[in-house]
Design a binder for this molecule. Structure first.
Ligand code: MN
Length: 156
């Protein structure tokens, strides 16, 4: 697999935790998956994961999704995750990276905004819309201008 998951593996001791190694092949689906995981780690946060090119592009927000479209959430990009991580729920031992409990908050399929490719929607990050989720149904990602190194992304 052309590996976008090197960082993911480097950060984890896969012998000591039940999180997926990223080695398993995941059935292809008709739509691009998304998952939102509530992660009660050192600091409680919500991980938003969007399938692109065989992995989940991921960002983390310290506040949970909201039903109010006016609400904004600052989210920070994190390393790509394997697709089977989108089904993961469980407790990672406290002393390990990401130690704490992971709960699946929502999942479904996402689509880029009209007239945008998924790559444009994420890499250049204009905006994207979620479809067919069970809880959170719509969000907009806005990549903040400024320091390229910060690579921060706003989710709302
Ligand atoms: Mn997390």
């Amino acid at each position: 697999m052309a590996d976008n998951l090197t960082k993911y593996r480097e950060k984890r001791d896969l012998k000591k935790t039940a999180v997926p190694s990223g080695g398993a092949s995941v059935k292809s689906s008709n739509g691009r998956r998304f998952a939102i995981q509530k992660h009660d780690s050192t600091r409680l946060h919500y991980d938003l994961r969007l399938e692109l090119d065989g992995v989940f592009k991921s960002c983390a927000a310290t506040k949970g999704p909201s039903l109010d479209p006016q609400d904004k959430r600052l989210a920070v990009e994190v390393e790509d995750q394997p697709l089977d991580y989108g089904d993961f729920e469980g407790t990672i031992p406290k002393e390990l990276y990401g130690g704490g409990t992971v709960l699946l908050w929502d999942r479904g399929y996402w689509e880029p905004e009209l007239n945008k490719s998924p790559e444009q929607a994420l890499a250049k990050a204009t905006s994207s819309s979620l479809l067919e989720g069970t809880g959170c149904t719509v969000f907009v990602l806005v990549r903040m201008r400024g320091n390229e190194d910060e690579k921060r992304t706003n989710c709302s």
